[in-house]
Write a protein that binds this ligand. Structure first.
Ligand code: UDX
Ligand code: UDX
Length: 450
């Protein structure tokens, strides 16, 4: 592996991105804002129609403006298929950013990745680099290469890994100011071509790691396992803090002051959610087992996280033993603030468990409520009232559970809150309120480890 700072660049003008989801759309839009001509493929007809109308089908701060500018500059277009794309464009690099959903056994479903690769190879006419942007199990690039060999294209087709490290909610900044760019592959011309795309970033001193395929793939999975394990560890600490009446927030502050430990990914809460940590940890476990490697560390990170999502449930059931007469206000259903994404959100598990127990639920989220409604329809869940504001959610409720730390919840006046909701027990799933202040307004408080 080499960590390079001097780069020589081949000029690339045209980029394609297959999959206009949270990762693909942000990546495509950011590349277009660097001046590249970007063509995106999106198979979902509803999303595609919205994109063509100039609407953004997901909520990601800053994305709308970038897409508007890119389309005004004529730098971005949307297509229904690779065939349609290659009929009008000739991209030198094709990013594959399609979903990689989880199989029932915890393994990663690569069907969309393989299909996207096959479609791009069959539609392309000139030398092209396929870049795996979606998070994939170790060994995937090799499988894509085998697939290409079978297709036997007449021109050169190379495969390169370039994993994404974007955090939803701050994905634009993460793309434009990455702490590092990882590029994995074996063919020098293809590696140079992909490196050239990051020219403006790399010249500002960001680290570039050029590795083989397997190392790049493992680096991405390991980064997410490492971050997820920190969260499970601090959540483990939060349980002991609860048992002893210690304050996990203060423990976190002490830990952060140790430069060996570092300051990030150390806040306790209702467990990690999202489209990456849960899936990638399970994928890590799965590929360990395939190779006969002991996966017990990663297994514990995962199982601990699952139970952490239910941290408040026992206390809530004990404190409010008559579910049919208890209204629970859920503040936030997104897996984190500044996104409309609900994938693996603790709110989903809480909704299921509390509804099964017979509690009445009222939910509010500034951006994610439509996705939550769709999820409930898919799951056949009824009896949850979705409302338009935190105030309406709290009005007359018996219990409040804060799941997502949106700024607007953190700004709620405790006085107003205590007048609104009659049950007066606040479960603070992200430790954003000050327990003493909450109690001074006559409300009961339970945080995660404080
Ligand atoms: C995806 C992967 O799931 C994740 O592993 C990776 O790290 C980043 O990319 P994300 O962008 O959040 O994550 O997924 P999603 O928002 O579901 O976007 C995927 C998009 O690809 C969807 O819009 C889907 O319609 C589209 N798609 C899927 C295609 O265009 N073609 C396909 O064959 C399959
Ligand atoms: C993550 C990775 O950070 C990113 O690099 C990768 O490419 C995709 O997955 P994302 O899932 O979008 O990004 O959000 P992130 O901010 O990392 O949060 C993930 C989950 O961890 C959220 O549910 C969040 O609430 C939780 N979390 C995070 C904690 O519970 N405690 C923390 O200290 C940090």
């Amino acid at each position: 592996m080499s960590e390079s700072t001097n780069h020589s660049f081949e000029e690339v003008q045209n980029i394609a991105v297959i999959g206009a989801g949270y990762v693909g759309l942000v990546s495509g839009a950011c590349f277009a804002s660097f001046g590249f001509k970007v063509d995106l493929v999106e198979v979902n007809a509803t999303k595609l129609a919205a994109l063509r109308r100039g609407e953004v089908p997901i909520y990601e701060p800053g994305l709308e403006g970038i897409l508007e500018d890119a389309s005004a500059d004529g730098n971005i277009r949307f297509h229904a298929s690779s065939k349609e794309l290659f009929a009008v464009a000739n991209p030198e690099v094709v990013f594959i950013a399609v979903g990689t959903p989880e199989n029932p056994d915890g393994s990663c479903n690569l069907d969309y990745v393989f299909q996207a690769a096959k479609d791009a190879v069959e539609a392309s006419k000139e030398d092209v680099v396929l870049v795996l942007k979606s998070t994939v199990p170790v060994g995937t690039a090799q499988k894509v290469k085998d697939l290409i060999r079978e297709l036997a294209p007449k021109h050169k087709v190379a495969v390169v890994n370039n994993p994404e490290f974007l955090k939803e909610g701050s994905a634009i900044a993460d793309f434009r100011r990455p702490e590092r760019v990882v590029i994995g592959g074996t063919e020098a011309w293809a590696l140079e071509r992909v490196k050239s795309l990051y020219r403006s970033l790399l010249h500002s001193g960001h680290a570039l790691f050029v590795t083989d395929h397997e190392t790049a793939e493992l680096s991405k999975l390991s980064a997410n396992l490492m971050l997820a394990s920190r969260i499970s560890l601090i959540n483990q600490v939060s349980r002991l803090a609860t048992a002893y009446g210690a304050d996990v927030k203060q423990v976190e502050a002490v830990l952060r002051s140790d430069s060996r430990i570092g300051s990030k990914y150390l806040y306790a809460g209702l467990g990690y959610g999202g489209s990456c940590f849960p899936k990638d940890v399970k994928d890590f476990i799965h590929i360990c087992k395939e190779k006969g490697v002991d996966a017990s560390m990663a297994e514990t990170v995962h199982s601990f996280n699952e139970s952490q999502k239910l941290f408040f449930v026992d206390d809530l059931k004990k404190s409010f033993p008559k579910p049919a007469e208890t209204t629970v206000a859920l503040l936030g259903v997104a897996f984190k603030p500044d996104t409309d994404d609900i994938r693996e959100s603790p709110a989903l598990v809480l909704t299921k468990v509390l509804r099964e127990a017979g509690y009445k639920l009222r939910a509010y989220d500034p951006k994610a409520i439509e996705n939550y409604k769709t999820w409930m329809v898919d799951e056949g869940i009824q009896g949850v009232e979705c409302v338009d504001s935190a105030k309406v959610a709290l009005d007359g409720a018996d219990v409040c559970v804060l799941v997502t730390e949106w700024q607007e919840f953190q700004r709620l006046s405790l006085g107003g809150l205590s007048r609104l909701f009659k049950g007066k027990k606040l479960y603070d799933g992200k430790n954003v309120f000050n327990p003493t202040q909450v109690k001074s307004w006559g409300m009961d408080y339970m945080g995660v480890g404080r």
